[in-house]
Design a binder for this molecule. Structure first.
Ligand code: SAM
Length: 278
């Protein structure tokens, strides 16, 4: 009879720390990948860099050497407490123990578009973190994130492709979104079940699109992409006056995934259901 204990799934102890699944802890261990991510990020001494989820300090170690000073936001109390010892003597480390989803990053900025943010993000909260940071985009110079590859495909998707949707439009409205590199599961411990990729978001220095009420844009996109196989005529039913849309030159025969960001912004700036005059 086999009396060996059952394997505990992908959770394991890494450098003496038991990886907590609920915090999405997959630690980067491949030094080559770590160096490539930091090179793509391009740290310059004196820049105001904040890392989200430093974990055991794989990226932090590489970054602090070039920067001399770094701030980090880490939810796991044990990891946050242990990090100064791990990186002792390598540079100035400022640890903020807390939830990045509730953190006011603006308090760390010295002026507009000052912060450079980097993180190998927990995959289970990656989209909420992106939206939380978009609300503070006036303080941010750029953001470099490791995410599930499938999410990066949606973030960078162009109109006319199957991955193009709500996330693509909301992010591309605010930022230039650039795919940097792919990272396989073997680069982490424990390895995640999915492929990963690193992406950079750089807020547009001057607005690329007309200003829009982002809540209205979200509402319109959610309604439309819930019916992504339908034409706009059907997918936008109840979202405004189709005659007005057509009079503004919008082709209601298109499917939501064929509509570019500028056109979504125009649609969102037209009268919605609540102020439609019959
Ligand atoms: N940066 C490390 C690396 O690359 O090896 C760790 C990356 S691991 C995927 C995600 C890290 O984010 C963990 O250290 C985890 O504790 C932390 N974390 C999870 N949820 C968080 C949150 N809401 N706010 C801040 N940190 C969080």
């Amino acid at each position: 009879m086999n009396t060996r204990p059952k394997p505990r799934g992908p959770s394991r102890t890494v450098e003496g720390h038991f990886a907590r699944k609920r915090f999405g802890q997959n630690f980067l261990t491949d030094q080559n990948v770590i160096r490539r991510i930091v090179a793509a990020f391009g740290p310059v001494p004196g820049q105001n860099v904040v890392e989200i989820g430093p974990g055991l300090g794989a990226l932090t170690h590489e970054l602090i050497g070039s920067l001399g000073r770094i701030q980090v936001v880490e939810l796991d109390r044990d990891l946050a407490a242990a990090l100064p010892q791990r990186l002792f003597g390598e540079g100035e480390l400022i640890v903020h123990q807390g939830d990045a989803l509730r953190f006011d990053f603006r308090t760390l900025a010295q002026g507009p578009h000052d912060l450079r943010i980097i993180g190998n993000l927990p995959y289970n909260i990656s989209t909420p973190i992106l939206f939380h940071l978009l609300e503070q985009v006036d303080a941010i110079a750029d953001m470099t994130f490791m995410l599930q590859k499938e999410v990066v495909e949606r973030m960078t998707a162009e109109p006319g492709t199957g991955d193009y949707g709500r996330l693509s439009v909301m992010l591309q409205y605010r930022c230039e979104v650039e795919w940097l590199l792919d990272v396989p599961p073997e680069s982490f411990s424990p390895p995640p079940k999915v492929d990963s990729a690193v992406v950079r978001l750089r807020p547009h220095a001057t607005p690329r699109y007309n200003k829009v009420d982002e809540k209205r844009l979200q509402q319109l996109l959610t309604a439309a992409f819930n019916m992504r196989r339908k034409t706009l005529r059907n997918a936008l039913k109840g979202q405004g006056d189709p005659e007005q849309f057509e009079a503004a030159g919008i082709d209601l025969g298109l499917r939501p995934e064929e509509v570019d960001v500028a056109t979504w912004v125009r649609l969102a700036n037209m009268p919605g259901p609540e102020n439609r005059h019959e």
